[in-house]
Design a protein around this ligand. Structure first.
Ligand SMILES: N[C@@H](CCC(=O)N[C@@H](CS)C(=O)NCC(=O)O)C(=O)O
Length: 333
């Protein structure tokens, strides 16, 4: 675990000394956009034209943020157009590496690099900041388009539609207000909330994270008893952003990050909903329990110094989800 300072690698853990023991996530550095015609992105940032075979996606199967990008690549039929490299699940002194001695770790299939940081310094030799996945890389100009998953999934949602003919829309105009509202709470208290709980170095900082986290799970349980999906009857990006945290919760966050008031299997609606999303065609292939069990337990030495990887809960993700039944029978699989 480390970061780049003016292009030089420093092996350091997260610093919580200035924040009362609380973990604070850095903002992503590369924020350009792929658009259908290469016009600037919605915020006016540089635009890159959507073309088949031009972009390469770097992910970790362990990482919930990278997982969003992989899911959208699948949902939108982009496999033929955007190739992928998968890092090794261990994130140790050198950060993410392209070692291949773990099933599913592909190495750098685009440029043969040794470390993910080499991709960052290759683009800007003086770059500073954390070296994170996902990364969307442009092989035509050898630059990083984006390392912000929330924006990568919006690009994948529509920019390549002209190439794929897939016009499924997970960010539909009439639901955008509702999606943003749900995303804001889910991001702060759950997607990032599990990290705030797990990386806290004081009791207060831990409790400040874990209490709102379970308030949000209770709220979602109730919401999913009334609606099939978070924004109503339509499956949207809000659901996929929640899914990548739910699918890791019982295996990793419940124990390793001490989010242990309840498990997802203890919430009938949330658990059935997790199974429903898992069973969407193509999604199960993006879910690699072996990578996330190994990554978190083995990499976070400050939390788990002996690096013992627990065997993990037995979860039946293929059990019928029953979410397509009338509301009053939902969850009763
Ligand atoms: N805001 C980024 C966050 C990505 C992120 O933090 N990824 C983690 C893996 S789960 C990472 O690569 N961490 C490396 C580090 O912090 O040094 C996004 O959503 O794309």
């Amino acid at each position: 675990m480390g970061k780049l300072v003016n292009g030089e690698w420093k092996d350091t853990w997260y610093d919580t000394s200035e924040t009362g023991g609380a973990f604070q996530r850095d903002t992503s550095k590369f924020r350009s956009w792929v658009t259908a015609d290469g016009e600037p992105g919605p915020d006016g940032a540089d635009g890159f034209k959507a073309e088949s075979g031009r972009y390469h996606l770097y992910v970790s199967f362990a990482c919930p943020w990278a997982h969003r990008a992989l899911i959208f690549r699948t949902l939108k039929g982009l496999e033929q157009h955007i190739d992928v490299s998968v890092v090794h699940p261990d994130m140790l002194g050198d950060g993410w590496t392209f070692d291949t001695n773990f099933d599913g770790a592909t190495g750098d299939r685009q440029g043969g690099r040794r470390f993910l940081r080499d991709l960052y310094t290759g683009v800007n030799p003086d770059v500073s900041g954390r070296v994170t996945v996902p990364v969307l890389y442009d092989t035509a100009t050898n630059t990083i388009v984006s390392n912000e998953s929330a924006e990568i999934i919006r690009m994948f949602n529509s920019a390549f539609d002209g190439l794929t003919g897939n016009t499924d829309d997970y960010w539909p105009k009439p639901l955008r207000g509702r999606i943003e509202e749900v995303n804001a709470r889910v991001y702060d208290t759950l997607n990032n909330g599990v990290y705030k709980a797990g990386f806290a170095t004081t009791q207060d900082a831990y409790e400040d994270a874990v209490v709102p986290l379970f308030d949000t799970l209770d709220w979602l349980e109730d919401l999913l008893g009334q609606n099939r999906y978070l924004a109503g009857d339509t499956l949207t990006e809000a659901d996929w952003r929640l899914f990548t945290t739910l699918i890791r919760f019982d295996a990793v966050y419940h124990g390793h990050f001490k989010c242990n008031r309840r498990r997802i299997v203890d919430y009938p609606n949330l658990w059935a909903y997790t199974r429903e999303l898992y069973q969407v065609p193509g999604i199960a292939d993006t879910v690699r329990f072996d990578h996330f069990m190994r990554h978190y337990h083995y990499s976070h030495e400050t939390i788990n110094p002996h690096r013992i990887v627990p065997v993990g809960p037995a979860l039946d993700l293929d059990a019928p989800h029953g979410r397509d039944k009338p509301r009053d029978q939902m969850g009763a699989a």
